[in-house]
Design a protein around this ligand. Structure first.
Ligand code: SF4
Length: 96
C-alpha cells in the first residue's frame, strides 16, 4: 500500500489482518505465475478494499520504483495497466 489513507480503507485491508506477513507482498521472485506471487494474489483476491488499493497505487506509485505485489498485481502488470490506460485525446495528439 502507498500514499496517505484519508478514508481509513487500509484498516479493512486483508494484508493488515493479524497473521498476514507483510513481506509476502514483496517476494524476490516476481514470476507472475510463481508460488510467491500467487500467495500474495490469493490474499489480494479476497481483500474487500482491493479497488481502493488499486486506485491508490496507480495514482501515487513512482513508476521508477515499482516493487512488490499490490492490489494483486506485479510491478510489470501495473506498468502495463498504467500504459494501457493512456488514452489519446481526439484532436490533441497527446495521451491523458
Ligand atoms: S488489495 Fe492486496 S495489497 Fe491492497 S490492501 Fe488488499 S490485501 Fe493489501
Amino acid at each position: 500500500m502507498t500514499g496517505p489513507d484519508r478514508d481509513g480503507w487500509r484498516d479493512r485491508a486483508a494484508c493488515a489482518r493479524p497473521g498476514v506477513d507483510p513481506e509476502a507482498f514483496y517476494p524476490l521472485d516476481l514470476d507472475p505465475g510463481g508460488p510467491a506471487v500467487m500467495a500474495a494474489r490469493r490474499v489480494c483476491g479476497a481483500c474487500p478494499v482491493r479497488a481502493l488499493c488499486l486506485l491508490d497505487v496507480m495514482a501515487s506509485e513512482d513508476p521508477a520504483r515499482r516493487w512488490g505485489v499490490i492490489a494483486g498485481l506485479t510491478p510489470d502488470e501495473r506498468t502495463d495497466l498504467h500504459r494501457d490506460q493512456l488514452i489519446p485525446l481526439p484532436g490533441v495528439g497527446v495521451a491523458a
